[in-house]
Design a protein around this ligand. Structure first.
Ligand code: GAL
Length: 782
């Protein structure tokens, strides 16, 4: 961003106490000092109740301020969960219902030059009058002032928001003006591409009108997923800088033949994301929010994310704009529709969401229904109307989970949980909507097959297959615009849901964003770099009867060359079963190849027969066909082999027992070259590997964080998923660990976040364990 409105940030050094009393407004009790983003209580990783953050708490910030004559001061809160009353110097100045949308108030009168006391009563109980509450909710709504607070210095006439939209060769700017004086004003508009001024023009308006539309011919490069070009608009009022925001030029269309961006058809493939993090719930600063967007785009290869089930952090959206990741932005809610007052809050949420988020190029649809609620035409005509009154360009949707729902919006957005493992992946749109309409699947899988990172391999691989099956159906049906799976990562939830430990293990990643096998379904379809991930560790103890019948290899290569102990077994090609996918997985189902031909003294014909008999026994046990039984009898007789000797062959070539060392190598081939490779096998050494997201962090308007992931890997760098090493983390220097400093690997890995503490320097993080050398990493805080 180039120029910015003068801001006085109020994110550091608040007094916080987890209770409220009217007297606190005058005299705040002895309390702890906290920074924003803040959660009213840190939680354990799991096994905690939603009750622990439900409280009425008090925050107070004392700050010095120097007022300038003639200026106006606007206090802005980006997000307070979920009801609050704000007092400045003892006087109630505003209140707000709803924890996911911003609010503001003009404090010019109450603000003084000198010391000011800002007091906020925060009610984070589940109030029945505020969405999503009123009945059960499958996620937690952690309390606190968890997004930024600041005061803006404005002129007496100022632009509160400008909606910027480019329609082919014309820019449309709709300015919402807050004016104290009704004077004629000259507006200057500068459009920048990076630092280059691309256009400028000016207009004069009389400020009797506070909602002003401006149009001007422009030719601006398009914002696309591959090249997300952003522009900055700066507006000056009578030569004073007044407003700036980023925007992109892109055309969005939905038809019953799919989704089009800049007239190019794009199959949407993505995941739902909650905004929760371990221990601190929603209270995470900008760089953690941005990292999630990066993970979705660059690690998971998604082109779309749904911000289930509420508007996300503005930082998350900023990053989606920058990297070209489409966003389905929706109002807060979950299945339940409350009374009229509650519905009013939801309608206001539509306004607040669009008003805040209009300029994000990444947002391609507004979700204006309460997720999975029943039809309620009266209510939904209003939410839809509110959206259209603000945005005539973007389509509306609203997520439902039943067939034949009345379509008030532009796109029928549907949670399709039809897939149960052995049936179709998705419903046919017409069977849901009755007529041809634009159609997008907004959830699938999730609770249909919860999967822990430490579940047995069969289970984890089955999660892969379910995601593959659904995406395969999505890619195979031109009437489906795309499918957004449930969900990106595991999350803490209410007592009514989850696995008994208050976690929904629905993610393709765990709570620390560490991938499960199913993550590779998305990566293999979406990323450009060569990719291979074998969804197995090829351990017989993980399989029924010790039989590894096949393994799934997720890859974007043309085919796989497969080797056992450097003996070539065969070339394996993408599976027809998932033929609609851009990159179907490769299923490997022969673990013998020509090994018997090579290593035993049989004729070629007999070696082939023996191999087929062994494979048949592996697949069907002793229920093999009579023909195979006869063949086996003949071979035993011919080679004077005992049953015991035959069993040894089985152990050697199927069970792979007794070999000094066993390695499986999977080479991913593209244009006749090995572009990626994975080796799995007997390991002799292993170690803890530590990865840090950023080796340098900068404090911004708030403290910032970075993530550290510790994995127990074998010498081939494959994760040892059942490792339970205990770790002690020590942090020295200008960082602090979020959550406990004693950790255990869960499913072979664990993550933690560290945060800055307002100091600069180099922090040293030491990770001690019982069985491995101590690991030390350094992170610079600048
Ligand atoms: C959906 C719901 C999500 C989540 C998911 C679990 O019905 O919309 O919020 O609960 O189920 O699969």
């Amino acid at each position: 961003m180039r120029l910015q409105i003068k801001k006085h940030n109020l994110n550091y050094d608040w007094h916080f106490t987890p209770s409220f009393d009217k007297n606190f407004i005058k005299e705040f009790p002895k309390s702890e000092i906290v920074n924003i983003p803040h959660t009213v209580t840190e939680t354990p990783l799991n096994n905690f109740s939603e009750k622990i953050y439900q409280m009425i708490s008090s925050y107070q910030k004392e700050f010095n301020f120097e007022k300038t004559k003639g200026k106006r001061y606007i206090l802005r809160f980006e997000g307070v969960m979920e009801y609050c009353e704000v007092y400045l110097n003892g006087k109630l100045i505003t209140s707000h219902k709803g924890g996911y949308t911003p609010f503001k108030t003009d404090i010019t009168k109450q603000l003084v030059t000198g010391v000011n006391k800002l007091f906020v009563m925060v009610d984070s109980t589940e109030r029945k009058d505020i969405p999503p509450h009123g009945f059960v909710v499958d996620y937690m709504t952690y309390g606190g002032i968890y997004r930024e607070v600041f005061i803006e210095e404005q002129n007496s006439n100022f632009i509160d928001m400008a909606f910027i939209h480019v329609d082919y060769d014309e820019i449309n700017i709709r300015m919402f003006i807050d004016a104290n004086k009704q004077v004629s004003t000259v507006f200057k508009f500068n459009i920048f591409k990076g630092d280059q001024l691309a256009y400028f023009f000016e207009r004069e308006y009389d400020l009797q009108k506070l909602d002003i539309n401006v149009r001007e011919k422009v030719y601006l490069d398009e914002w696309s997923l591959e090249e997300p070009t952003l522009y900055t608009l700066e507006i000056f009022m009578d030569d004073d800088f007044a407003y700036s925001d980023r925007f992109g030029n892109r055309k969005i269309e939905f038809t019953d033949e799919g989704f089009f961006l800049n007239r190019k058809h794009i199959k949407l493939m993505g995941l739902n994301r909650h905004q929760s993090y371990p221990y601190v719930g929603y209270a995470m600063p900008s760089n953690a929010q941005k990292k999630d967007a990066d993970i979705l785009k660059y690690e998971l290869g998604c082109n779309v994310v749904r911000s289930s089930h509420y508007p996300p952090s503005k930082h998350f959206l900023d990053r989606c704009d920058e990297i070209g990741l489409l966003v389905f932005d929706e109002i807060p809610g979950w299945q339940h529709i409350g009374d009229e007052a509650w519905q009013e809050v939801a309608i206001t949420n539509v306004r607040e969401m669009i008003y805040r988020d209009y300029n994000h190029a990444s947002i391609f649809i507004w979700g204006v229904r309460i997720n999975e609620s029943p039809d309620n035409d009266q209510f939904y005509y209003k939410t839809d109307k509110m959206a259209r009154s603000l945005d005539t360009i973007r389509p509306t949707g609203g997520v439902r989970n039943f067939k034949g729902s009345k379509l008030i919006e532009d796109v029928y957005t549907y949670n399709d949980f039809v897939h149960r493992g052995d049936n179709e992946g998705l419903e046919r749109p017409k069977s849901v909507t009755k007529k041809s309409v634009p159609y997008l699947v907004t959830e699938y899988n999730g609770h249909m097959y919860p999967t822990k990172k430490f579940d047995d391999e069969y289970h984890r691989e089955y999660q892969v297959k379910r995601h593959l099956r659904v995406q395969n159906d999505s890619f195979g049906n031109p009437n489906i615009a795309g499918a957004i799976g449930w969900c990106m990562f595991d999350y803490n939830t209410h007592k009514d849901f989850g696995s008994g430990d208050r976690i929904c293990y629905h993610g393709v990643m765990d709570m620390f964003r560490i991938p499960k096998y199913a993550a590779a379904v998305y990566t293999s379809q979406g990323i450009k770099e060569p990719f291979i991930k074998v969804a197995s560790m090829l351990q017989i103890g993980e399989r029924e009867a010790g039989e590894i019948k096949n393994v799934t290899v997720l890859t974007n290569a043309e085919y796989i060359k497969f080797y056992i102990n450097d003996d070539f077994i065969g070339d394996f090609y993408p599976s027809d079963e998932y033929g609609n996918l851009p990159y179907p997985p490769v299923i490997i189902d022969d673990f013998i190849g020509n090994l018997i031909h090579k290593h035993e003294n049989f004729s070629d014909g007999d070696a082939t027969k023996i191999k087929n008999i062994l494979l048949s026994i592996m697949r069907h046990g002793m229920k093999i066909s009579l023909r195979k039984k006869l063949q086996m009898f003949m071979i035993l007789k011919k080679h004077k082999m005992s049953i015991d000797q035959a069993a040894k062959l089985y152990e050697k070539y199927v069970g792979k027992w007794g070999l000094e060392s066993l390695t499986y190598r999977f080479d991913a081939i593209k244009a006749q070259l090995v572009v990626a490779s994975q080796t799995i096998g007997t390991y002799h050494t292993s170690d803890l590997h530590v990865k840090v997201d950023d080796v340098e962090i900068k404090e911004s308007e708030t403290y910032e964080t970075t993530r550290i992931v510790i994995e127990h890997l074998d010498e081939f760098l494959n994760p040892l998923l059942y490792s339970i090493e205990v770790l002690t983390v020590k942090v020295k220097g200008p960082l602090k660990i979020i959550g406990p400093s004693k950790l255990a690997l869960i499913g072979g890995s664990i993550g933690f976040y560290v945060k800055t503490i307002g100091e600069k320097g180099t922090a040293k993080i030491t990770i001690e364990s019982n069985n491995f050398e101590t690991k030390i990493i350094e992170i610079k805080v600048s």
